[in-house]
Design a protein around this ligand. Structure first.
Ligand code: ADP
Length: 334
């Protein structure tokens, strides 16, 4: 058996965060004295110095000036857990974070961790996926340090038939975070974020459920951030923020915006306010009102995409005037 390549950088609970790094991150651009750090965090000056050297090895640019102390000038834009924990507005996402240099697939890993009891809100992030997944076993191209390759473990109190709502709220959070970068993307039902018809991000929701109860949900998000070129077969269908804006985009702030949006819409969903999120989805989508062809497991439907219902299913008005309700399938926009 070939061992799956898997290089873990860190697996950490929020309670065990590195307070020194967190302090520097929260005071980025300002000097904090060794004395201040040592008093506030109850650590020795030698311990601080040792930690600072580790952070520097990770790529943090830290100035140390006698009498002034330490100043974090630049971060390496990696998904080091403290980069997420520095944002106090993120509440339940990242209670536990698994951060990999390389992994087969974050969703596959998250499913194993979920079965082993990983808590609600656990995040699995990797700089690169060697077997990134799309729907139906398709491949998701996930080059090293060029995108956000993330899976979230959720334990929602929803019924299994409500699970597609999670894909919809993820799409809204993802589209909104990308739009904050000035990129006018749109949601294509059910799981893609497009810019000018090219795929900028994709979502893969996988659930483990019994008849009337969800055990856990793993929602995978892949956002092409700084990808400069795609393999030939994807050139015409994929794009990245870098290719759209012609500039390097920092991944960490984009991730934080996405996580905050996700928490907001997820809490609305849990409170039973899904209709509010659905309104947002409708404002951001590029599927409704269009002629579409949908290919599903054992069917093919053509018609106009009229609406989505409160469960996230797509309503198609066929040419003969009858309606069909579609739960999943491959959509091509005509
Ligand atoms: P869809 O939702 O479009 O049916 P999937 O969710 O199955 O697509 O995603 C997998 C497909 O997306 C692949 O078959 C490939 O065509 C395309 N793809 C793979 N990697 C990327 C990427 N990084 N960016 C955009 N598209 C990709």
């Amino acid at each position: 058996m070939v061992m799956e390549e898997e290089i873990l950088i860190k697996a950490q609970d929020k309670e065990n965060k590195n307070e020194i790094l967190l302090y520097l991150l929260k005071n980025k651009g300002n000097y904090v004295s060794g004395e201040e750090l040592s008093e506030k965090l109850k650590v020795t000056r030698t311990a601080i110095w040792k930690h600072i050297n580790v952070f520097k090895k990770l790529g943090y640019e830290i100035d140390s000036v006698p009498r002034l102390g330490y100043c974090l000038k630049n971060s390496p834009d990696l998904f080091i857990p403290e980069e997420i924990w520095k944002d106090d507005n993120i509440k339940f996402l990242g209670s536990k974070i698994y951060y990999f240099d390389t992994i087969g697939s974050t969703n596959e890993k998250a499913k194993i961790l979920a079965l082993e009891g990983a808590p609600h809100g656990t995040l699995v992030l990797s700089e690169k996926q060697t077997k990134g997944k799309g729907r139906l076993g398709r491949k998701w191209e996930s080059p090293d340090k060029q995108g956000i390759w993330l899976s979230i473990i959720l334990r929602p109190s929803l019924t299994p038939e409500e699970a597609p709502k999670i894909t919809l709220i993820t799409a809204v959070a993802c589209a909104k975070a990308i739009r904050e970068q000035g990129v006018n993307c749109a949601i294509k039902w059910p799981n893609d974020i497009l810019y000018k018809e090219k795929k900028l991000a994709g979502i893969l929701t996988e659930i483990s459920a019994e008849m009337d109860k969800i055990n856990h949900v793993v929602v995978g998000i892949g956002i092409n951030v700084n990808t400069k070129s795609f393999p030939e077969e994807l050139e015409d269908i994929a794009t990245s923020l870098y290719l759209i804006k012609n500039e390097y985009i920092e991944r960490v702030p984009l991730l934080l915006t996405f996580l905050k949006g996700f928490e907001l819409y997820y809490s609305e969903l849990e409170k039973g306010n899904f209709s509010e999120v659905l309104k947002e989805w409708k404002n951001l989508n590029c599927t409704l009102g269009r002629k579409v062809r949908i290919i599903g497991k054992n069917f093919e439907v053509e018609g106009e995409a009229c609406d989505i219902d409160e469960f996230g299913a797509l309503l198609i008005k066929k040419d003969d005037g009858t309606f069909e309700r579609i739960l999943s399938g491959d959509v091509s926009l005509r």
